[in-house]
Every structure is written in structure tokens, then in C-alpha cells.
Design a protein around this ligand. Structure first.
Ligand code: PLP
Length: 501
């Protein structure tokens, strides 16, 4: 199966899936998409229901990554989703009453859903380097506001042929996130603070990436730059798997019958996670509405309701920081599928020139056939955490709370329409990653804002601290360096790590 850029109107530049994963972003600035969406039949869903997660993963991945062998994909999945990395299994589903099901995607080593993709993607990249005859070392630079950096470090540590440096804003991450990153193990990874904010870090990395002289110098040293962010197809495709797998689990547990429709709600930032659910639906999964949940930064709610995407608006810092975003990069993939590459390229041009675009009526109509949008205020985020805990003794994090709030609204809407379906809410982080805000949401005042706050949450709710977070108690800080915020200073730090003076 060939891959094309979302902006390649003539489909002139086909590449393999391995090349798409290695390259990350297309030369024209577009994102890679497969030439067609493979199908999944009811019989396949039935047979996958009897298999473990790793085999479901190999099966679904092999439909998209056709230049990888089934055995390569299976062994990648087996090492990525091992019992050692995902204690108790890759995912879990909890029932809240008759209608609601919560898909826990945070059982991995960093306790956020990004592990689901970032544990397997490095293995796919490593294989891609071999398949494309690449002799150079892939050097991944990451700018992070917290979750992505740690998940990437954990995924890429000790992977052959790959090195990584993560930059984070010195005062812009939580105590927990900082400790998670600065205590990272692995000989091929490096972490540095920058004396600036997240935008400085991101701009610095972008400047390094787009500098031809830098590329030339690295190339002379047998190195090329690569990225691990969520526009890479290698991060998107593993996310399709857990939506298929969750449906299989519900069938296997006899919670639903094969063929029953379910709705799915996803707490959304960059639109990667919910787009994966859409691809699964296009494959033929019996998914009804896909509910896009935002926080106070409700640019996607406005877009899906009106067809106008307008980033010229105030940016809010919220208690669900991984959804604080004004440019949802993966939305481009949806626009490509629905409006085609020519209109997609025009929207993106308008976005970069004016910060705004409007889609035509037919496009909006098509989007609304599958998507519903809702958003959750800070007050409702806190209230949903408290209500859910009071009613079900079930503790959720701030991001999941935004989504569950939208699911509860959707349930009412469905009831009014006489639709009776189960609603699956994606749970994207452990409540212990955002412990201070979760305690406040429960109506208490945390005594500590540092790492120790997780003990308070455990005591208050009588729930268990996830092992990877508890283990940070004894973690040794390896990386306490920090550099200036200019790209030249960041580059010097990055070059030093790979032995270039
Ligand atoms: C990254 C992240 C999201 C947003 O996911 P997208 O794929 O960017 O839409 C939601 N919740 C948490 C906890 C995250 O880390």
C-alpha cells in the first residue's frame, strides 16, 4: 500500500509505509496517508475477539504497514506491550452503569495514553531504517510540554540506530513530569531544560530541523534528524488498534453483541486519538457517533458545529494541559479524506496565512455525519471528577473528565432521539499524573504541590498509586543541565550529545 501527502493533489509521490514513518512529514508540509482505508469484516472482528492484544495489533497493523511482515509486527507488538511494560495488560475497560464504558489507555510505563503509540513506534522506525537501507543514525529531537517527552524517552531508550534529545521548559512542567524526565535511564537518550517556555523549545527545534547547514553537518557525521510527534503515521496507526480491540473486548465479555453500534468519546488536543477512531469506523467497525471533547480551548467544538476554524482567539491554560492547543495538526487528515487534497491544501494555506479557514457546506455535512463536538469548562471538569468518584468510587484524571462530561451529555441527546447505545469514553491519563488538580476537584486542598502529592491522593481515595509513578520516589536525577533558549544554544547541546563539536 502506497502513502501520499495530504497536499499532493496529483498523487505524484507515492512512498512506502516504512519511508512515511522514517520521514514523518511530507516535503510539501502535508501529512502522510495511506492510498486507501483497508476493510475489516464482521468475521474478522469475531476472530480477533478470541486473540490477545498483541495479535490484534499485528493483524490491524499489517493491513496498513504492508511492507512489514506479520512476524515483524507481531514481535514489535509483543515487546512493546509486554506484561513488564503494561502491568495487567495493554488496556482495560471499566463499566459505569448501564451506558458508560471507560477505556483505560494509561497502563504503560509513563501512565499516559501516548505510551500506546510511543512504545511500538520506535520499533517500527528501527525496522524502517533497515528496510530503507539507511546507514545513518536517526536523531530525534523533541520539544515537550510534559507528557510527550517522557513517553518518547521511555519508548526510544536503548533502541538501536536511534538517539534522542528532549528539551523542556525549565519552569513549564509539573514537578512529577520534571522528575519523570530528568531521571530517565537509557544510554541513547538525553534531556535538557531550556531557559524559556514551551513555545521557545518548539521554535528552537523547528529552526534546527529546517536548517540545511545543520542537516549537512549532521549528515557528514552519519546522522539525520527525525521526529516523534503525533503527525507521524507511525504514531497514528497503533492508536487504531485499541479501538478495534476495545470493541472485541466488549463482544468477548458479552457486554455487546457483534454488530451492535457504540459511540466513542475522545478527549482531544491534536486530533490524533479521535482520528484513529474515525479510521477504525471507516474500516467498518460498528461505531456510531465520534464525540470530540475539548476543554475551555474549544476551537474544535466551534469548527465541528460551524465549519469555521479560527485560531485568532484567546489561549487558556487549564487543568487539562494536554488539550490546551489551538492548532490541531491531525485535523488535516480528516479534511483530506472528506474534502480531498486540493481543498485540504487550500485550507492549510489559509490557516498559515490568516489563522483561519472555512469549509464548504458539503464538507461540514460529511463531518457532522460522524462527529459530534462538545466542550467542558474548568468547573465542569472538577464536578465530573467528584460526581464520578462519589457515584461509582471511580477516579478519573482531568482530561478524561472532559470527555466523560461530553459522554453524559451525549447520553441525554441519544435518549431524546430514542437511540440506545453504549458510549465508550477514552481515558487518556492516570489521575496520579495530575494529582493536585484531582484532589482539588474532590473538594480538598493538597498540602504539597510536589511529587509527594500522590500519597495524599492515594490516602484520600483509597486507590493505588501506579507502580511507575511510585518508583520515582527512589529515582536518581541524571539530567540536571539547562541551556539558553536560542536555537544555537539548543543545537550546541544536541550536537554535544552525539559527539559533534
Ligand atoms: C496528548 C493527550 C491528549 C490529546 O490527544 P490528541 O491525540 O492530541 O488529541 C489527551 N489527553 C492526554 C492525557 C494527553 O496526553
Amino acid at each position: 500500500m502506497n502513502y501520499f501527502s495530504t497536499r499532493d493533489t496529483e498523487r505524484t509521490q507515492p512512498i512506502s509505509s516504512a519511508q512515511a514513518i522514517k520521514q514523518g512529514i511530507a516535503n510539501d508540509g502535508g501529512l502522510f496517508m495511506p492510498e486507501s482505508i483497508p476493510a475489516i469484516t464482521k468475521e474478522e472482528i469475531a476472530s480477533l475477539s478470541a486473540l490477545p492484544y498483541t495479535e490484534r495489533a499485528a493483524n490491524i497493523l499489517s493491513k496498513f504497514l504492508t511492507d512489514y511482515s506479520y512476524d515483524e509486527l507481531l514481535s514489535s507488538a509483543q515487546s512493546a506491550y509486554s506484561e513488564e511494560r503494561f502491568v495487567g495488560g495493554a488496556t482495560d475497560i471499566s463499566a459505569l452503569g448501564e451506558t458508560h464504558r471507560v477505556l483505560e489507555l494509561w497502563h504503560g510505563p509513563t501512565c499516559a495514553f501516548k505510551d500506546m503509540a510511543l512504545q511500538i513506534m520506535p520499533r517500527l522506525l528501527s525496522l524502517a531504517l533497515k528496510k530503507t537501507g539507511e546507514k545513518r543514525t536517526a536523531y530525534i529531537l523533541v520539544a515537550t510540554s510534559g507528557d510527550t517527552g517522557k513517553a518518547a524517552l521511555e519508548g526510544y531508550k536503548d533502541i538501536d540506530g536511534i538517539k534522542m534529545t528532549v528539551f523542556y521548559p525549565e519552569d513549564g512542567v509539573s514537578a512529577m513530569q520534571k522528575l519523570q524526565m530528568t531521571s530517565q535511564t537509557g544510554n541513547n537518550v538525553n534531556v535538557s531544560a531550556i531557559k524559556g517556555n514551551f513555545d521557545d523549545a518548539q521554535t528552537g527545534v523547528k529552526n534546527i530541523f529546517s536548517n540545511a547547514e545543520v542537516a549537512k553537518k549532521l549528515d557528514e557525521n552519519g546522522i539525520f534528524l527525525s521526529s516523534a510527534n503525533s503527525i507521524n503515521w507511525g504514531r497514528l496507526v497503533p492508536q487504531i488498534v485499541y479501538y478495534v480491540s476495545a470493541y472485541c473486548d466488549l463482544v468477548a465479555q458479552e457486554d455487546i453483541k457483534l454488530g451492535d453500534i457504540i459511540d466513542i468519546t475522545v478527549p482531544t488536543g491534536n486530533f490524533g486519538n479521535i482520528f484513529a477512531a474515525y479510521v477504525a469506523k471507516l474500516m467498518g467497525m460498528p461505531f456510531g457517533k465520534l464525540i470530540c471533547a475539548s476543554n475551555r480551548n474549544n476551537i474544535l467544538t466551534d469548527f465541528i458545529n460551524t465549519g469555521v476554524y479560527d485560531r485568532n482567539r484567546e489561549f487558556f491554560t487549564t487543568i487539562s494541559p494536554s488539550m490546551d492547543i489551538l492548532i490541531s495538526s491531525n485535523l488535516e487528515r480528516l479534511l483530506y479524506l472528506i474534502a480531498g487534497p486540493a481543498r485540504c491544501a487550500a485550507y492549510m494555506k489559509s490557516l498559515s496565512e490568516t489563522g483561519k479557514y472555512a469549509v464548504e457546506e458539503d464538507v461540514l455535512c460529511k463531518i457532522k455525519e460522524s462527529f459530534l463536538a462538545d466542550y467542558c469548562t474548568e468547573e465542569n471538569t472538577a464536578k465530573t471528577i467528584k460526581d464520578t468518584f462519589d457515584k461509582y468510587s471511580y477516579l478519573i484524571d482531568t482530561h478524561t473528565a472532559c470527555a466523560l462530561y461530553a459522554s453524559l451529555n451525549a447520553e441525554k441527546k441519544n435518549a431524546a432521539e430514542g437511540r440506545k447505545v453504549k458510549i465508550l469514553t477514552a481515558s487518556t491519563a492516570s489521575p496520579y499524573k495530575f494529582a493536585a488538580d484531582v484532589i482539588k476537584s474532590l473538594g480538598k486542598t493538597p498540602e504539597s504541590e510536589s511529587f509527594e502529592v500522590i500519597y495524599e491522593l492515594s490516602k484520600l481515595t483509597e486507590t493505588e498509586i501506579p507502580a511507575p509513578l511510585a518508583a520515582l520516589k527512589d529515582a536518581k536525577v541524571r539530567f540536571n543541565g539547562s541551556v539558553g533558549k536560542t536555537w544555537q544554544e539548543m543545537l550546541a547541546c544536541a550536537e554535544k550529545f552525539v559527539g559533534i563539536e
